[in-house]
Design a protein around this ligand. Structure first.
Ligand code: NAD
Ligand code: IPM
Ligand code: MN
Length: 370
């Protein structure tokens, strides 16, 4: 992957803290696996507002488009709460997803064996859980028009958001879900609220049509999103791939994260369409968690979600399956050895900070490749 360019956008809060641990791993890979990427770094979110006046500049968008992959940290924090809505840090990630056409956000929720007891749910409920949430990420209520806060003739205000989905938007993300289900355990649960929402009715119809026409081998199930939230807590093992809208996918992936022990464990990949001529696709890799202002600056954030996002990057953008799997194994082994950041702390285990956790992963890589 020597000719690959990686753009790192650490962002705010714990973003730069957990990104540092990925740097450490890349340096190790440079030394020991003789794979070198060209690394670029940029500003996004509040950090970019402070330096450039905007959460994601045109130049950053252009660099993201030119890169082979983007590794994103997290954005936002109380410091920027007074920003006008059109200039909030969160727009940094939303703009990148939209302008790079990253419509499919893959959020794997995998309960690792060493963390079965770190979950708030009973061990028997979560042991072996392996779910892939496929979240639509460039449409729906996040972008639909009209939107805004407006004053009505009687002087009262109203807030407006609009959920809109075209059939093409539904179809392309559904195909990503079906393709994944085919490579996994052959089941997909598509969630919406077709009982109350028009966009949900269309969602159910389109996913059903594609399933029948193109993926008869995949077991397709439709489920209301509220029921899915409940089922995720009571019987998570029934799920393989969960397909949902931008908003439902956001909510359900945070919920799925809780099954795995912590939001600090969940990586994600946000992918665009494969270009027919070049075979390339834009891609951004981001942990599911945010900038965690409550623990930022304390050196206690769990770097696993960021490290595992980098593993997804190696797999999906750089074709480095072996190195991706090696990194995932290293993380699991470190947890198996009893090291814990505060968010996944269990009695009898050793509590460590971000840097010690990252260093332990690097040492484990060393051992695995000795
Ligand atoms: P959050 O994900 O930042 O934090 C939720 C809780 O999980 C907090 O208690 C936090 O300490 C904990 N947590 C999250 N990541 C952790 C980690 N790696 N290790 C240990 N604990 C961790 O969500 P929030 O508090 O609702 O949002 C904070 C800010 O982040 C907001 O500005 C929000 O908009 C933003 N946000 C950004 C992204 C992103 O950049 N992709 C995602 C979600 C939220
Ligand atoms: C996420 C976050 C973002 C989202 C915010 C920060 C825009 O919650 O990546 O899950 O809602 O998509
Ligand atoms: Mn979220």
């Amino acid at each position: 992957a020597a000719n690959k360019t990686l753009l790192m956008l650490p962002g705010d809060g714990i973003g730069p803290e957990v990104m540092r641990e990925v740097r450490r791993i890349i340096e190790w890979m440079d030394r020991r696996r003789s794979v070198t990427f060209r690394i670029e770094e940029g500003l996004v979110g509040g950090a970019a507002i402070d330096a450039e006046g905007t959460p994601c500049s045109d130049a950053t968008v252009a660099r993201a488009k030119a890169a082979d992959a983007v590794l994103f940290g997290s954005v936002g924090g109380p410091k920027w709460d007074s920003q006008p809505f059109e200039n909030r840090p969160e727009l940094g990630v939303l703009r990148l997803r939209k302008e790079l056409g990253l419509f499919a956000n893959l959020r794997p929720a995998l309960v690792l064996n060493p963390l079965v007891d770190a979950s708030s749910l009973k061990p028997d409920v979560v042991r072996g859980v392996d779910i892939m949430v496929v979240r639509e990420s460039t449409g729906g209520i996040y972008f639909g028009e009209p939107r805004g806060i407006e004053t009505m003739p009687d002087g009262k205000r109203r807030g407006v958001d609009t959920e809109v989905y075209t059939e093409d938007e539904i179809a392309r993300v559904a195909r990503v879900g079906f393709d994944l289900a085919r490579k996994r355990r052959g089941k997909m649960t598509s969630v919406e609220k077709a009982n109350v929402m028009q966009s949900g009715r269309l969602w159910r119809a389109v996913v059903g049509e594609i399933g029948r026409a193109e993926y008869p081998d995949v077991q397709l199930e439709h489920m209301y999103a509220d029921n899915c939230a409940m089922q995720l807590c009571s019987r998570p093992k029934q799920f393989d791939v969960i397909l949902g809208s931008n908003l439902f996918g956001d909510l359900l992936s945070d919920l799925a994260a809780a099954l795995t022990g912590s939001l600090g464990m969940l990586p994600s990949a946000t992918l665009g369409a494969v270009d027919a001529t070049s075979g390339k696709r834009h891609a951004l890799y981001e942990p599911v968690h945010g900038s965690a202002p409550d623990i930022a600056g304390k050196g206690i954030a769990n770097p696993c979600a960021q490290i595992l996002s980098f593993a997804m990057l190696l797999r999906w953008s750089f074709g480095m399956e072996e190195d991706a799997a090696l990194l995932e194994t290293a993380v699991e082994k470190v947890l198996g050895g009893g090291l814990r950041t505060a968010d996944i702390m269990q009695t009898g285990m050793a509590r460590v900070g971000t840097g010690v956790m990252g260093e332990a992963v690097m040492r484990e890589l060393e051992k695995l490749t000795a």
